[in-house]
Design a binder for this molecule. Sequence first.
Ligand SMILES: [Zn+2]
Length: 109
Amino acid sequence: MNKVNSDFIKNIIKIRDEEPIDDNGHSYLICDTCNKQLADIWITHIDVPIITNISAHCPYCNKLYTIDNIKGSYYLGTTDDVVHSKVDTNITKNDDILIQKIYIKTEQR
Ligand SMILES: [Zn+2]
């Protein structure tokens, strides 16, 4: 695992927080067994060098679902079906790209 350079992170945060939002639409993490939405992922800055994998267990059937290769920065939202009681983030850097693995602990609404 490479050490994450703090200037690199600061630049990403600066773009995310200061550049105008570039609405690249929503992706939803969905349980296809229960047809429940587990997370709402709104891509706001697609040019930010972050790639994210987001996983969550469905709190209705306990199956694990993942969305891979989300490009850019985003807002992670709850849905009408679940709340997020905890979000674990694991960050590594690969060349000039930040790799994030997110695990969301969900609960039924
Ligand atoms: Zn389910």
